[in-house]
Write a protein that binds this ligand. Structure first.
Ligand SMILES: [Zn+2]
Length: 370
């Protein structure tokens, strides 16, 4: 997800307000602010850093807690794992009596100080490990602040874990200084793991499984991090429990792979391997959230197919340009899909943000291109 959500939302809003007006005579879209959104039905409890959440429960009142970069919401999961949310960006923290603290995704530079303060509220053990799930700066951009903090405040060194794919991506986006030294935007991982098959990091009594799911749906380097003892998975940008997916499914680079990874994830959950999911955004999720998301994809596909009967794929030249027809056609279909989904999804967070139209368009091109 992009660094500056607010600017992105505003520009996309205007983009959609103008396109849907042409296609659908519907220009009354507006960003719905959190306090206008009813929470989904479910089992909500007050956030607690002492008492573990039961599987299927969610943190209550997140809409009020999360829109402040200076405020963290902490929730214990299982015996040793904690979910920390800041402004709808979430990190996973594992505390082991002997090994110290492992931080999975430090978040972006504007939120990391709040994450560090939240860790201090959980434990005074040193931060000895940090893991990068994937190289997107909104999830790992604050890593330098963590390593600086560790240098200043503790004697124990910090190990930084990532897959080889993440490491390569960091290098690819780095520059070299005049002495030919790499200038990366985040500290380079000290422990690089080749994920040709799943590997385990032993962190005190904790076993942390690093897995590169085959679909590579979000990005080719996205790593699923499974905290085995506590049955927690950290799988960034794949799901926003309690919300609709972000624009373009949070920038899924491969829509087909995205769906494939979600189905695989659900299978592992049904087998009982995990009970909690941190998608890096939204609330704490469960197996039911993955099921609902896959249901949403089915609903989208069904409605896109219905729209294709009304507005078939028949590219033609219009206004002396062959791009224009495609744009009008996809916007007409997206508007029709959104209208059809309104009764079921209309009260969900993000429904009127323009996100649904981007989902419909991605599903549409997945259908007509393959
Ligand atoms: Zn990402």
């Amino acid at each position: 997800m992009p660094m500056n959500k607010n600017i992105y939302l505003t520009s996309l809003y205007f983009a959609f307000a103008s396109t849907t007006a042409i296609a659908h005579q519907n220009n009354n879209q507006a960003i719905i602010f959190p306090d206008q959104i009813p929470q989904a039905q479910g089992n909500y409890v007050a956030a607690s850093k002492v008492e573990s959440l039961k599987p299927g429960q969610k943190v209550d009142n997140l809409f009020d807690l999360q829109f402040d970069d200076k405020q963290a919401t902490i929730q214990k999961l299982g015996n040793n794992t904690y979910w920390i949310g800041v402004n709808y960006y979430n990190t996973t923290v594992i505390v082991d009596d002997n090994a110290g603290v492992m931080l999975i995704d430090p978040l972006g530079s504007e939120r990391v100080d709040t994450v560090l303060k939240a860790i201090k509220q959980i434990t005074d053990k040193p931060i000895t490990a940090m893991v990068y799930s994937h190289y997107h700066l909104d999830h790992v951009g604050g890593a330098k602040q963590v390593s600086d903090y560790v240098e200043q405040h503790q004697t124990e060194p910090l190990r930084i874990y990532s897959s080889a794919a993440v490491y390569d991506k960091i290098l690819r986006h780095s520059e070299k200084d005049d002495n030919n030294q790499i200038k990366a935007k985040v500290p380079l991982p000290t422990n690089v793991i080749k994920l040709d098959r799943a590997k385990t990091i032993k962190f005190g009594q904790q076993k942390i499984r690093m897995i590169a799911p085959k679909g590579a749906g979000h990005t080719p380097d996205n790593t699923l991090i499974w905290v085995k003892n506590d049955k927690v998975v950290h799988f960034a940008d794949m799901i926003n429990p309690d919300q609709l997916p972000f624009y373009n499914f949070a920038g899924a680079e491969d829509f087909h792979g995205y769906e494939e990874d979600l189905k695989w994830l659900l299978k592992k959950g049904i087998k009982g391997q995990w009970q909690y999911i941190n998608g890096g955004h939204g609330n704490i999720g469960s197996i039911d959230d993955v099921k609902s998301l896959l249901g949403y994809l089915d609903d989208l596909r069904r409605e896109v197919n219905k729209q294709l009967e009304i507005a078939p794929y028949e590219p033609k030249l219009s206004d002396r340009n062959h791009f224009i027809w495609v744009k009008r056609w996809q916007d007409t279909i997206a508007a029709g899909v959104k209208e059809a989904l309104e009764p079921k999804y209309g009260n969900m967070y993000g429904f009127d943000s323009g996100a649904v139209e981007t989902h419909a368009i991605m599903v549409l091109f997945d259908i007509v291109d393959h």
